[in-house]
Design a protein around this ligand. Structure first.
Ligand SMILES: *Cc1c(COP(=O)(O)O)cnc(C)c1O
Length: 432
């Protein structure tokens, strides 16, 4: 499959090159040249298929011929080595748990898939690729874990000192090997600015191949369409009209769900559930897209003021506001509403949601007010123990730590301190 740049000022390129480069030379995001719907028989027979068969059939067109089928099968089997259960809260609302991977956030799926693709493409190169990524929390852990020991790939993660949770910090600073953590004296935006500067710095990019591992990279983003298929497989016999409420930050998940829908998956509607960072909620109300600086919330993985994947969504609908609005609703919630929702979910359904999932739950509730005979699935994007202090305080209960978290929490943190872009550059040129 070839990909084009959404800035339309760079040549089309192969899947392999899109993965290695991350962004097109004109700084645009890559988008697949075509999306061919799956045959009706795929959905008719979905009950008989395993996760890996579903994933293989849905992603094949986007990655072949660059990744041969036998290699793709192995990559998928290794990527999807955990479960994606639907938990029913009521006849109207379910949650899709995306947190059963090694770092307990949905980002494990994309990070593991991308790591293996990049490893495959780079296995015969004598030059390593360096994945440079800024994280506000979950991306760092998932990328560190997914890329650990992948040959030919080095990973450098920048995170804001004191601004990620204890668990998140341990997940990205304790692995060693080809993974390096840089602790930045600043906030997430400072980390992000340094990464952007590095990608534009020719005195650096002429000496090393840098790429990104957030959802702007097609190999991180596209496999996120799998779990909409897995949810459908588990629910389609009981429910005809299925909608998804997606706690959103950079809108990678919403956009991946829309690709699943383009492939023929009968999803009736999407709900983008936002915290106070509500650029898209406002856009659907006013038709004005107005990025703004992010504000800090308890669902911090969604503290994004200018969602990077929104441009891909505009491309799917060819900038047709009405078509988009027919398929996407959006609501925004305060931290107090989110906390009240966490308590309600716990009291009413005996289920413990993390703050991001709780925002998704609120989106379901609002949408269902005006849509009867609809089943709403909210994505549970991270395990509640990743936000231990917040969750325990709200539901006033001690949480049992899962094995994945127990194994990292007592390991020793190793991180290099950086304060300025020059620190980062010196580190990259001398150490990597
Ligand atoms: C990254 C993340 C999100 C936001 O996902 P996008 O695809 O960027 O919209 C939501 N919840 C959690 C827990 C995350 O880690």
């Amino acid at each position: 499959m070839n990909y084009y740049s959404l800035n339309k000022k760079a040549p089309n390129t192969s899947f392999a090159n899109a993965v290695i480069k991350g962004l097109a030379p004109d700084r645009g995001l890559y988008f697949p040249e075509s999306i061919t719907p799956l045959p009706a028989s795929f959905f008719e027979n979905i009950d008989n298929k395993s996760y890996t068969e579903i994933a293989f059939e849905t992603i094949k067109q986007f990655v072949s011929p660059e990744i041969p089928e036998t290699i793709l099968k192995t990559i998928i089997e290794e990527t999807l080595s955990f479960d994606f259960p639907i938990i029913k809260l009521s006849n109207d609302i379910s949650t899709l748990e995306l947190f059963h991977g090694p770092t307990m956030a949905f980002k494990d799926v994309g990070a593991r898939f991308m790591a293996r693709c990049l490893g495959y493409f780079n296995k015969n190169n004598d030059h390593d690729v360096t994945v440079l990524v800024a994280t506000s929390g979950d991306t760092g852990g998932a990328v560190a874990n997914g890329f650990l020991n992948i040959k030919g790939v080095n990973v450098v993660i920048l995170y804001p000192s004191g601004k990620v949770s204890d668990v998140q910090e341990k997940q990205l600073t304790t692995l060693g090997q080809n993974i390096t953590a840089l602790e930045v004296d600043g906030v997430f935006d400072d980390c992000q600015d340094m990464v952007k500067k590095a990608f534009l710095d020719e005195s650096l990019t002429s000496k090393m191949q840098l790429t990104s591992a957030n959802s702007i990279n097609v190999a991180r983003w596209l496999p996120q369409l799998f779990y909409f298929m897995f949810a459908y497989q588990q629910l389609h016999k009981q429910h005809d009209d299925i909608v998804f409420s997606i706690p959103s930050g950079n809108f990678g998940n919403v956009c991946a769900g829309m690709i699943a829908q383009q492939l023929g998956l009968p999803i009736k509607h999407f709900i983008a559930s936002n915290n106070a960072n509500n650029v898209v909620t406002e856009y659907l109300k006013t038709k004005n897209y107005m990025p703004k600086p992010s504000v800090q919330t308890i669902s911090n993985a969604m503290d994004v003021g200018n969602p990077s994947n929104f441009i891909r969504i505009q491309e799917i609908y060819k900038n047709d506001f009405k078509r988009l609005k027919d398929n996407l609703s959006s609501y925004s919630y305060t931290d107090n509403e989110t906390k009240a929702a966490m308590l309600e979910i716990y009291k009413q359904y005996n289920y413990i949601a993390d703050p991001h999932g709780a925002v998704g739950y609120l989106g379901c509730k609002d949408y269902l007010k005006t849509h009867v005979n609809t089943h709403c699935v909210f994505l549970e994007t991270a395990h509640p123990t990743k936000f231990l202090n917040v969750v325990e305080a709200i539901i006033d209960t001690k949480l049992e730590l899962p094995q994945q978290i127990k194994t990292v929490i007592n390991k020793e943190k190793v991180a290099t301190q950086v304060s300025t872009y020059d620190d980062l550059k010196t580190f990259l040129l001398n150490t990597i």
